[in-house]
Design a protein around this ligand. Structure first.
Ligand code: GLN
Length: 384
């Protein structure tokens, strides 16, 4: 079908996401797909029962714009009990179509033409299109090559009169590192006496290992007034396909976010909200996630311990980076594709998340997979 002649793209240089590319290749070449981050095991049957019950009970029409009240209240209780910040269910929480929508709605609500947004690289790939599409200017701070730590002096030097927003992500996708208390305090100090909004992507908040602590922004009373925290039920309850998450923020900020959410998404699946509301009454369902995924991380690491890859164990998220510099000096995109085609294991190259495609010879592997999938994949990786 022919389209009209002149279309000026708002995002002319935006490539297809690497997740789409690698998952498609994995299918095409029948490779083990440990690239895109989603579980290959099913969710708890109890949760499916709860959704079915909610549908049978007639909760099949629009939910309220910001989410059903009891569910919003349950989310606020969870945040307060874990991190201390008290959000009001009436005006300070919105149930969204995944964390991605929460992030998009937040960026869209606050970033206008010419506004600068500080983004740490490597960065998850949904921030930049949202910034650019709204006329904003991403300003990058590259994380350290070895440990993905932030140089807070460099960060400070990137703050300008035009800085409208800073985006952080902890636990961090794709590196699997987490912010320390010191990082949060440095951030707090740098933002003090500014009007900068902080967007905190905490999609992997319940997946942190080795007894480490998730440093939610909600633990920092001085950061809370400027912050929007975005979170994901997809990652927490193995339901990435249900596309449900939420964001919390002080009401003056939330009011603006809801103006975008209401006229784009309006409201999120009613029966799913009913089900998750019930499910949240058993906190162990998310509190046990750390040890559930730590076992999977350890199985993956055990499987590749005699390989030629080197690594630092992931501290959080369900991703593990492997350094292949002992094996080849091939580019990471080329290698990820070759391993998919020739060896039957699909992964994600990290350079696509870096400024100027900086290639540090790292591939990301998702260990949110059945043990047998991880065993098969590591057997192959060990022979490379
Ligand atoms: N969050 C997933 C990942 O990092 C990808 C989700 C997507 O493809 N949009 O792999």
């Amino acid at each position: 079908m022919a389209a009209i002649k002149k279309i000026s793209s708002k995002l002319p240089n935006l490539p297809t996401s690497i997740f789409t590319i690698m998952s498609k290749m994995a299918k095409e070449y029948n490779a083990i797909n440990i690239s895109q981050g989603f579980p290959d095991f099913d969710t708890d049957p109890k949760l499916i029962e709860l959704v079915t019950e909610a549908m049978k009970a007639g909760h099949n029409q629009y939910a309220p714009m910001s989410g059903i009240y009891s569910f919003r209240a349950a989310i606020c209780e969870k945040v307060e009990s874990l991190y201390g910040a008290k959000y009001h269910p009436k005006s300070e929480v919105t149930v969204t179509s995944g964390a991605t929508e929460a992030i998009y709605s937040t960026i869209s609500a606050f970033v206008s033409a010419g506004d600068e947004v500080i983004v740490f690289k490597p960065a998850y790939d949904c921030y930049e299109p949202a910034i650019l599409g709204n006329g904003g200017i991403p300003v990058f701070v590259q994380l350290n090559n070895n440990d993905f730590k932030i140089d807070w002096n460099e960060f400070q030097s990137k703050i300008s009169a035009k800085t409208r927003m800073v985006i952080i992500n902890t636990p961090h996708n794709p590196s699997g590192t987490i912010f320390s208390e010191n990082d949060m305090l440095m951030l707090q100090e740098a933002l003090e006496n500014t009007n900068i909004i902080l967007l905190s992507d905490e999609a992997y908040e319940h997946i942190v290992f080795d007894g480490l602590k998730h440093e939610s922004v909600a633990r920092y009373p001085k950061l809370v007034p400027r912050s929007v925290i975005c979170a994901s039920f997809g990652k927490t309850f193995h339901i990435t396909g249900w596309k449900i998450g939420y964001c919390v923020a002080p009401k003056e900020l939330m009011q603006e976010i809801q103006k975008i959410h209401e006229f784009n998404v309006f409201s999120v699946s009613h029966p799913v909200q009913k089900a998750l509301n019930e499910y949240l009454k058993t906190p162990n369902k998310y509190l046990e996630l750390n040890s559930f995924f730590q076992k999977k991380r350890d199985l993956f690491l055990e499987g590749i311990k005699d390989s030629r890859f080197s690594y630092k164990p992931s501290q959080g998220t369900y991703f593990q980076l492997l350094d292949y510099s002992q094996i080849t000096d091939e580019g990471d995109v080329a290698l990820a594709k070759r391993l998919t085609i020739e060896n039957g294991v699909a992964s994600i190259p990290i350079s696509v998340f870096n400024e100027n495609q900086l290639d540090n010879k790292l591939l990301r592997f998702c260990f949110a997979k059945k043990d047998e999938t991880l065993e098969k994949a590591t057997e192959i990786l060990s022979k490379i």
